[in-house]
Design a protein around this ligand. Structure first.
Ligand code: ZN
Length: 367
């Protein structure tokens, strides 16, 4: 949510092709649900022979229906019994699918779940397996889904993010970590959690690579967009549509509890709730404060400042101007490298604090 992350156009479009097929299936079930048990013929009429065969292997005959097949039957039955509402739901899904194009439109909000809370579970049972197939080794096969590039899989998506990330987590500005064995590159976060917005589970503007901490410890199913109503959408950053790093201001201040420690404050002057949401979702102030404090020695002087000075001065006595200059240089470097080097945002703030509040002390400790 801090640094811009987005799929290259070609892969975005390929994943969007699969996503449109998923939507087509949902529209069919909701708008014109079959009155007889779903047959292979239904699917051939809808998708053509090749894609119908792919789906049919995952549905099977009524006598040997898979879990996915049963989920389709259940959603169709519910749509038959509540036809008007089902059609409204189909419209809501169509509306929400455009979120990446409408994000900046005044008043934009998602229509699901809204009043459709009773539909979350039956919809999820049909929509969520698409993510499991994406996460499988092959993913979605190029020839079956008519993709321009190679097969589309989660692993491929994670690799694409890795090549643009410079090994920095786009959410927390920390290290992305080592390449994992499962997904080939850390964790895949659903910006809109798939538990609440299953229809967006493989939307190409909803999947992002994060460090494990961000996805597994902090964000989990937290929804920084609240209910994705107008206030919720306005009150959050988004990894590709509204990255936060250029909108926030970050300060390090003396911790009220420990005089020799700092606490980090993150603000957004334009829309204060956005920074608040970011901090609450990822526990950023605590994570960043702890990280910066770990870098400082017991005297409150940043270890790397002392080291850098010792290298530069080659044994000469430091003076205030030199140390100030050294810190200014490091602050500028950190600011210029936001998004290019991990931890740059917090480091710039911590160094500024050192310069503003502890310059005399730093010099004293270097003598
Ligand atoms: Zn992270």
């Amino acid at each position: 949510m801090l640094h811009k992350r987005e799929l290259p156009d070609s892969e975005f479009e390929d994943l969007n092709k699969v996503y449109r097929i998923k939507r087509k299936l949902l529209y069919w079930l909701l708008r014109t649900p079959p009155t007889e048990p779903i047959s292979k013929k239904n699917l051939e009429d809808l998708f053509g022979k090749k894609l119908a065969s792919w789906f049919w292997r995952r549905i099977r005959q009524p006598s040997e229906r898979t879990q996915f097949g049963q989920a389709l039957d259940t959603l169709a039955a519910k749509a038959l019994s509540a036809n008007t509402e089902a059609k409204q739901l189909a419209s809501a899904i169509r509306h929400d699918a455009q979120f990446h194009k409408k994000w900046h439109s005044p008043g934009f909000e998602l229509k699901f779940p809204g009043t459709f809370t009773e539909w979350i579970d039956p919809l999820k049972a049909v929509a969520e397996p698409f993510y499991d197939w994406l996460a499988s080794e092959i993913g979605f096969a190029k020839d079956v889904f008519g993709l321009t590039g190679d097969n589309m899989s989660r692993s491929k998506i994670m690799q694409l993010y890795r090549s643009q990330s410079r090994r920095i987590c786009g959410y927390c500005d920390g290290p992305l970590g080592e390449i994992g064995t499962k997904a080939d590159a850390n964790d895949c976060d659903h910006f809109f959690p798939k538990s609440k917005w299953p229809h967006l589970a493989i939307h190409p503007a909803n999947l992002f690579a994060t460090c494990m901490g961000c996805n597994e410890t902090w964000k989990l199913d937290n929804a920084p967009m609240g209910n994705a109503d107008e206030a919720g959408i306005r009150g959050t950053y988004h990894p590709s549509l509204l990255p936060g790093s250029s909108l926030i201001s970050v300060d390090a201040k003396q911790s009220p509890k420990h005089p020799m420690r700092v606490s980090i404050e993150i603000r957004d002057e334009e829309v204060p709730t956005r920074a608040k949401t970011l901090v609450e979702t990822l526990d950023l102030e605590a994570r960043w404060s702890n990280d910066v404090n770990e870098e400082m020695d017991g005297k409150g002087v940043s270890v790397f400042v002392a080291k850098a000075f010792q290298l530069k001065s080659r044994g000469q006595s430091p003076d205030e101007a030199e140390i100030g200059e050294l810190l200014d240089g490091s602050i500028s470097w950190a600011r210029e490298n936001i998004g290019k080097e991990e931890r740059s945002i917090r480091q710039a703030a911590a160094l500024q604090y050192q310069k503003d509040c502890h310059l005399a002390q730093i010099i004293q400790e270097l003598l």
